[in-house]
Design a protein around this ligand. Structure first.
Ligand SMILES: N[C@@H](CCC(=O)N[C@@H](CS)C(=O)NCC(=O)O)C(=O)O
Length: 214
């Protein structure tokens, strides 16, 4: 029996960050599918018993419920001696990209994709605003990856795992054709997919899917 139990839903890129990290580290996890689309995470009972922040994913680690992917990824990197920093400069760079990912890249791409693909309507003004911001972020990441094979240098780290997550789902969901628009990002995604043990999001996160409107 695994020490890990992951509360997730298949469309959740944040869940994929943890599922992928565990898998790349040779670990398994017990999947705990959550009815996110049905509103379970908004109920007072779920918030009182699973995550006070009302968010997926939650990783149970020997019974301890942990939330927020960035500190969890840092903890796992330390625990397995994989995909983490080897010195202070690398640690700073990993944190820099993790913060940027949580605030900007994942923050916007996840919300944009969710509204576009999994809700029946998307306010056109909000959609246009978010798309413009995302195009800026993708441009920033593409420029960075033209200079370096991975976020902080020559090897993959948890910063890459975090940033690649929402860019790894089928392209019709978020509506970006990265090989055509951002070739350095597409090449980096291919390098990540070549890591031993890598699996695509919907292969790692089983269970009932939400209705997709696009
Ligand atoms: N910073 C959080 C983000 C988690 C997050 O936003 N999860 C989404 C699902 S993938 C969620 O539960 N959203 C609920 C909401 O924003 O109310 C993390 O890294 O774990």
């Amino acid at each position: 029996m695994s020490r890990y139990r992951l509360h997730y839903f298949p469309e959740s890129g944040n869940s994929y960050k943890l599922a992928l990290m565990l898998t790349l580290c040779g670990e398994t996890f017990e999947p705990a599918w959550t009815d996110f689309g049905g509103g379970v995470t908004r109920t007072p009972q779920w918030r009182a018993t699973v995550n006070e922040m009302g968010e997926i994913p939650v990783l149970e680690d020997d019974g301890v419920k942990r939330t927020q992917t960035a500190p969890i990824l840092l903890m796992l990197a330390e625990r397995y001696g994989r995909f983490g920093a080897t010195n202070e400069a690398e640690r700073f760079e990993i944190l820099r990209w993790l913060f940027w990912d949580n605030h900007k890249l994942t923050g916007f791409v996840a919300t944009y994709r969710y509204n576009r693909a999994f809700l029946p309507s998307f306010d056109p003004a909000v959609e246009a605003f978010m798309k413009k911001r995302i195009e800026d972020y993708l441009g920033i990441l593409d420029a960075h990856l033209r200079e370096k094979p991975f976020a902080i240098g020559d090897r993959a780290t948890i910063a890459d795992i975090s940033m690649m997550a929402y860019l790894s789902f089928p392209k019709h969901e978020a509506g970006f054709d990265l090989p055509a628009s951002h070739p350095a990002i597409a090449a980096w995604l291919d390098r990540m997919a070549a890591l031993p043990g890598w699996q695509a999001p919907y292969d790692l996160l089983p269970g009932q899917h939400m209705h997709c409107y696009v």
